[in-house]
Design a protein around this ligand. Structure first.
Ligand code: XLS
Ligand code: NI
Ligand code: NI
Length: 436
């Protein structure tokens, strides 16, 4: 294997007492928690776009990332040269899975034909490295938001030719995902939304988007791709309003257009924050519809109002995420993809490792705490007790649909006025803290 990170050892578990910054303190991949290894529970994935292609620029300044392996060009050779670097990274950080957009791994050519040809060549290289290292693809996707042709959207563009270009990209990205054994394929809105309603036919755009997703489902069937389709909610940015706004909006869209059997949600923490929801709210919304598939594990910043894509470090939050994941019975075709980047000031290759080690340890702790909380069952029994009046009598009749306003009226008149019961929020918050 090559040595693009010469000063970084393979990251191993050393336990909470270790002061080695290049070691896991909590993530112990083979340790069994709640019946499964941590590796299998957490299914960590690294995103090619942030690890390999993010120059760490911001709207006020150019990129700072040091990437000595990259010649800075948009050539096929450079695209091929990045592949071994990425796989060395995966090996050293001990992450089994990855995700990509077509245009992060391979450049735009002079024609669409050339673009596809180069993409095919790079995918071949990924296939080779997957075989050599045993790493796998969590999900693939097409970048339908970077190129100027998609300024007005891709599947929601007012131009049918742009729509066809986008479809062409999805066809090839889907086939590549299939070839690389990807367990999923993601649609994130990108520019599917609007900048202004004054020039937008929203209903028509939504119809086109739904048709587009159906075409992908049909093509998957045709080529035998059995991976899971995911849609990733985000309320805004880059558009003023994204059609995949939040979990509830996505579910409504999928239901309306008869797509719910084919899609699950990929929930991103930072997008939940931008939508004005907690991550736990978005996860519960998806789970209630039987549609939680995968997670983009990052976080936002309390003081900055955009998708800062920071690494997860908050144990409260990772605990709440893992409680939902465990309650749902774990991931099947999804996983925890760190859709996260280093800060612009953390520009050295070693910072990539500190960032991922931190995120992995934060989720390992979240997993262990969540498993203990679920095993003890204190929260579950509190909540069960809180709704106990629906377990029998008139409450049970409400749930089975055996009531009417008349019968509820009669019941209400026959009883003493209900007394107020405490929700015990502060007691429960104290209880939660006792696990951290
Ligand atoms: C952008 C999204 C994007 C998707 C994949 O905000 O998070 O990175 O995960 O297209
Ligand atoms: Ni994402
Ligand atoms: Ni995002």
């Amino acid at each position: 294997m090559s040595d693009f990170f010469p000063n970084i050892p393979k990251i191993k578990y050393e336990g909470p007492d270790s002061d080695n910054p290049f070691a896991f303190k909590h993530y112990n991949p083979d340790e069994v928690v709640a019946g499964k290894s941590m590796r299998d529970h957490l299914r960590f994935a690294a995103p090619y776009w942030h690890v390999m292609r993010n120059p760490l620029g911001d709207p006020f300044g150019e990129g700072t990332a040091l990437t000595p392996w990259d010649d800075g060009s948009d050539s096929l050779d450079n695209a091929l040269a990045r592949v071994p670097v990425f796989f060395e990274f995966l090996e050293k950080i001990d992450i089994d899975l990855y995700c990509f957009h077509d245009r992060d791994i391979s450049p735009e050519g002079k024609s669409l034909g050339e673009t596809h040809e180069m993409f095919g060549r790079v995918v071949e290289e990924f296939e080779k490295f997957q075989k050599e290292t045993g790493k796998g693809l969590l999900w693939g996707t097409a970048c339908l938001f970077g190129h100027p042709r998609y300024a007005h959207g891709a599947a929601t563009s007012p131009s049918a030719d742009v729509y066809a270009y986008a479809a062409s990209q999805v066809k090839h990205a889907l086939e590549a995902t299939h070839r690389l054994g990807g367990t999923g394929y993601v649609f994130w809105g990108g520019r599917e939304g609007y900048g202004a309603l004054i020039n937008t036919d929203m209903k028509r755009e939504l119809d086109h988007l739904a048709r587009f997703l159906h075409l992908a489902v049909d093509h998957a069937k045709k080529i035998g791709f059995e991976g899971q389709f995911f849609i990733e909610p985000k309320p805004r940015e880059p558009t003023t309003h994204q059609y995949d706004s939040d979990a509830a909006a996505c579910l409504n869209f999928l239901r309306q257009y008869d797509l719910l059997d084919h899609f699950q949600l990929n929930i991103e923490t930072n997008h939940a924050t931008l939508a004005g929801h907690t991550m736990q709210h978005e996860l519960q919304t998806a789970i209630a519809a039987g549609a939680l598939g995968s997670i983009d594990a990052n976080r936002g910043d309390e003081l900055l109002g955009w998708d800062t894509d920071q690494f997860p470090t908050n144990i409260y939050e990772t605990t709440s995420v893992m409680i939902e994941v465990l309650r749902m019975g774990g991931f099947t075709k999804g996983g925890l993809n760190f859709d996260a980047k280093r800060r612009r000031e953390s520009h050295e290759p070693e910072d990539l490792f500190h960032a991922h080690i931190g995120g992995m340890d934060a989720f390992a702790r979240g997993l262990k705490i969540a498993a203990k909380i679920i095993e003890d069952g204190k929260f579950a029994s509190f909540i069960k007790e809180r709704y106990a009046s629906f377990d029998s009598g008139i409450g049970a009749q409400v749930e089975t649909g055996e009531v009417s306003l008349d019968s509820l009226d009669a019941h209400a008149l026959s009883i003493e006025a209900p007394s107020l019961r405490s929700g015990r929020q502060e007691y429960l918050e104290n209880l939660l803290n006792s696990y951290l």
